[in-house]
Each structure stands twice: as structure tokens, then as C-alpha cells.
Design a protein around this ligand. Sequence first.
Ligand code: ADP
Length: 740
Amino acid sequence: MTEQGGPDLSALLAQERRARLAAERLLEHKSKELFSANRQLSEHARKLSDEVVVKSAEAQTYRTEAEELKGENTQVRADLQKANKQADKAERRLWEALETIQDGFAVFNARNQLVIANRAYMAMFDGLECIRPGATYQDILEIVVEEGLVDIGFEDPSAWQARMAGRWQQDRIEPLTVKLWDERYVKFLDRRARDGDMVSLALNITETIRYEEKLKEERTRAESASRAKSAFLANMSHEIRTPMNGVIGMADLLCDTDLTEEQRLFAETIRGSGETLLVIINDVLDYSKIEAEKLTLQPEPFDLERTITEVLLLLKPSVQEKGIELMLDFDMFLPTRYVGDPGRIRQILTNLLGNAVKFTTEGHVMIRVTGIGSDDGADQQRLHITVEDTGIGIPDDKVDHIFGEFNQVEDERNRKFEGTGLGLAITQKLVALMGGEIWVDSVEGEGSCFGFRITLPLDEGADTPAPLHSTDLRTALVIDAQDINRMILDRQLSMMGLRVTARRSAEDALADPPNSFDLIISDHKPPGTDGLALAQALRDRGERGPILLLCSEPGQLDSDPRMQGVTAILQKPLLRRDLFQKVGDLGVTLPAEAPLPEPPAPEPPAQADRLRVLAAEDNRTNQLVFRKMVQDLAIDLQFANNGHEAVTAFQDFRPHMIFMDISMPEMDGKEATRKIREIEADTGAPRTPICALTAHAMAGDADEILAAGIDHYLTKPLRKAAICGKIEELAPVGLSVTAG
Ligand code: ADP
């Protein structure tokens, strides 16, 4: 190395070295960059290849799916074709079926235009061309009326069309039957489908209608035959009764003659059986009268409470014999006067109460009457009447049948009771005739409760027996062993403003200090003593107030000296009106007993001769029976064979009394009585007592009879005791009828 050249060279070398180093560094840098680029490149390449793999897999899937879809599409097309074919077939079948049925079928669209209709439907229009698809329902309605295709009766055509059109507007379209021009009957059943279409079905019901008409005709014929039969039965039983009266009357007379024991048994059997037979005949007569629709109600004003009491009084003998209690609970607030058929109401009550008494051997029979004003108007009353007994009751399985004809509960306990089994059937029919209903509740061995409901108009102007508020009386003592009686009296007296204390027995009553009560009411037979003895005992210890005695046989007490202690008698069964009256009287004046109204005494005869009796009776046997029955009396008897003869005999014979048969030829007993009453009025003659002889113990008849001007009535069969009793009762004062 030179000096000159030395530095240059070394500088060059250094420069070269530096350059080389820089180149090396650059190289190193570049190779690093290259490496990183390579790495990125390879990574990218790997990613790309991955994506390619995925994409190619997807492509494969798509390819497969496309293939599958292609297959499916072909299948669907095939299925569609098949389905179309099937639908065509089904439609064809359906249509063929619709064409083959005899009933009409049509579809209308939501605008009520006819869309399709089968031949049967179109046939209704007798080939009218204007009725075809496109015609509206309204058009069709107008055309059918115009062309006379339907029978609209007497209805106005436009009214009919409006009615038919209106029918289609209903939510629920009722079936409609129309008679067509060709005598066919078609029943239209129309339904609105969900899309608004109306589907109309026209059923040919001609056969059914004809059949129904035939059935109706046959039923009418059968009913009139049955009515004719019932009428025949009614007439028959009426005819049977006349000779039966002869049989019973004669047997009755025979029993009064001297007979051996055996003969008496025979005669009494004839009489007893005759009477039983007559009861049956009367039931059959009533029943068949109702069945033949010959029974009509005869409404008139009457007092229900009194009617009930009368029935109760009739039952008194059997009740006393059995030792059972008969009670009436007539609602305090209920009016007593109504307009109804009192005879038939009495018959219903007699049947129900009669049964209750018949089937009860101990305890009580109680009739309860309640009522509420009817919804129909204030002048009507819905009456609820129940007859409750503590008798043998009715087994559950028999209860539903006892209102049927000839239905009786057959068992060993029941067989001993007589009856026809018609009573309840008649009762039910009578209640139904009055527009009411009847029912029964019964527990075997405990008792029965028969009830019925009827609505009756109130008797206008009739004053409800309002309880008179007593001013002087504040407290009352009631002595009666029967809880129910005590309860009823308590209620009734409370209505009058009295505070009531009840005692069961005389002993309990006597335990109270004297004069603790303003009024004492006692049953005539309180336990442990009798009412008169109790009254006596009360007076003896200083009782000063009024004592009223409840008694069913007031006549028996009259002669008893102990009656002095009794202020007044209350007749049992107790009539509410009587209680109010008697207690009301006490409040004002003490101690007045209201006198019983006496029947007007007939005028004394002009001259005291024998009693003249006229008997109008058309039947010879009955005349004979009558004559025999009164043969022991000192009377002059004359018969009239009909009403005319009776009127003539009334003027010629001038009888003191007349027995009048009701059903007689030419002029009946009612007519004859009217004529006799006219003659009396014209001549100013005193009223001659007339006693009707009625064939049938029918209270309905009785009221009618009394309305004709007859004063009394006796029911056939004629009974000697009744006839003789009546003659004695009606004989003018001072004229003895006893022979001698
Ligand atoms: P009958 O003439 O036999 O009394 P009904 O038609 O009046 O005829 O009664 C039918 C039957 O119903 C009676 O035979 C009896 O078995 C039953 N029956 C009616 N009322 C009563 C009652 N109060 N208690 C028990 N059984 C009764």
C-alpha cells in the first residue's frame, strides 16, 4: 500500500466494505421480506385452496338438490294431474248423485244469484226458462208467484215475497214448507255457507204430509169414537142408576121390616152392595162425562172457605168414628170469595179429603189454603190448596201412577179400603179443566200430601173478612192439644192484635193465675177433661173474661147446664170469618153469643089438618119406594108424573111441601119449581118448601137446583130416614106427622 495510493485504496476498501456491508444488510432485509411474503403467499394459497374445497362441496350439494327438485317437480306434476282427475271424477259423481236424488239442490252466490241447481230443483219451476243460473232469488220469488207455481194461500203476493226474502236474512233460517202447483209439498232447508253462498235443499215431503193428514183424520175419528163411547157410557150409567135406586130403596124398606137374622143379612147385603155399585156408577158417569167433553164448568161467585168447611162437615162422622183430627188452615190474608165452579171444587176437595180420611187411621188430616195474586192481574188469585194426612202413605213406585184410571195401590194394608180407583183420575181431570195442576208427595207409612193449584178470579165487590181489631181484648189463651190447631188459632188471633199464649191441656191452663187473659178459647176436648168441665173449673176459680169453646157438635152442648160458663161456641172446623166475627163482637159487647140463623118457619096452615105432601117423580118404582118409606107418617101424599102435573097439583092439592125429582119428562123439576115460584109471587102465597130429589150427589147440580128456587135437596137413592126427617123438618108448626 502506497502512501499516495494507500489512503485511497483503504478508503476504497472501506467504502467497498461499507458498501458490501450495506448490500449484505439490504440482502438480509430483502430476504426477510421475501420470506414473509412467501409465508403470506402460502397462507393465502392454503386459504384459497380451503375455500375452493368448500365451494366445490357446496356446488356438489346444489347440484344434488337441483337434481332432487327436478325429481320432485316431476312427481308433483304427476300428482297434480292425478288429483285433477280425481277431483273431476268426484265432481262428476257428486253431480250425478245430486241429479239422481229426488230432492232439489241448488247453490246461490253471495249476491243471491243462482249458481247451480239439480234437475229436481229446476223441476219445481215447470221448465220456465227464465229460471236459470244467474237469476236472483228475488227474481225467482216473483216468478213463482206470478206463474202460480206455489200455493201462497190467502197471503198477499208481495207480503209472501217479502216474508220469503226476509227469511233468507235470518242468522238461523228456519225450515219452510211450501205447497207447489202440482200438489207436492216441499220443505226448504237453506244454509248460508262461510263464503256467503246459500245452499238450498228442497225436500219432497209430500208423502209425509199425506201420512200426517191421514193420521190426523184417523185420530179425529178415533177421538170422536172414544167420545161417543164415553157418551154412551155416561148415558148408560144414568140409565142404570134409576133401577138401582129402586133396588136400594126397596132393600132399605125391607131392612125396616121384621126379618129373621139371615134375611136381614141378605137385605143389608143387597142394600150395601147397591150403594157401593152406585158410587162406582157415579164415578164412571163423571169420568165418562169428562172424557166425552160433556162436562163444562159453571163458574159463579162462591165462598171458598165455606165450601171447604162444608166438605169437612160432611166428613165429620167418619173422622169422629176413627178418632182423627180434621183441620183447616186458610191463609189469613187470602180473600175467601172467588168466581169458580163451587160444585166441581167441592168434588175435588171431597175426593182428596175423602181419600185422606179413608187412608188415615190415626193422627190428622189437614187442608191448607194459601195463595198469591196472579201476575195476569190484581183481580186473580193463584190458589194453592194442599191436603195433608198422617195415613198409610203411598210407596215410591206407585206414586206416579195413582192419578191413572183404576189405579189403586195393591197391598195388604190397602186392600181393606174400598174404592173405584177413579177418584183421583177424575180429580186430576177436573183440576186440568180449571187450568190447574195437581201433585202428590208421600212417604210410605208416614202420610201423603196432595196439592193442587188453580187460578180463580176474585169475586168483585166481595169484602175480604178483615180481622177486626179488638179494642177491649189484648191477650188470649188458647187451649188445644193439637199443635197445628194452636198454631192456626195463634195466627188468626194475632191478626186481630191479640197476644196469644197457648197451652196443651186443661191442667196447664189452670196453672195460670185467674184473669191472666182477656179471652180464653178452648177445644171442647182438651186432654184430661172436657171443655165444659174446664169452663166450669175456670169460672169456679173466678175467671171473669169470655170463654169460647171450639166444638164440632154444638147442638149436643145446648142442654148442658155447664154451658152457662161458656160465652160462645165456635163451630169446628173453625171458619175464619166466624172467629173474627165472634171475637170482634166480644171486643165491643160482652158476652153475647151470636144466635144461629133459623130457617124461615113456614106459615102455619089455614086449618090444622093432615100434612099434604106432593111428590113429583116420573119413575113408578121410585114412587112405590117413596110411598112405602112415608107410609108410617100421618100425611096425605100425592104424586105428579112430570113437571106439568106438579104445577097443576100445586094449585089444586095445595101441598105443605113438595118433593121434586129433577130429571122428568116434558117439564123438569127446575122448570116446574120456577113456575111454582112465579105462581106464589103472583098470588102472594107463602113460599112452599120444595126439596129436590137429585139422582147424583153432584154439588154442581145442587147449586143449579138451588138457583131454580128449590130450598133443599136430597140425593138418591132415597133413604127412609132422610125423607122422614125432611118431612118432619119442613112440616108447619103445629102439624104433627107422627101417626096416631
Ligand atoms: P179410590 O176410589 O181407590 O180411593 P182414587 O183414585 O181416589 O181411588 O185413589 C187411587 C189410589 O191412590 C187409592 O186406592 C190409594 O191406593 C191411593 N191413595 C189415594 N189417596 C191416598 C192417601 N191420602 N193416602 C194413601 N193412599 C192414597
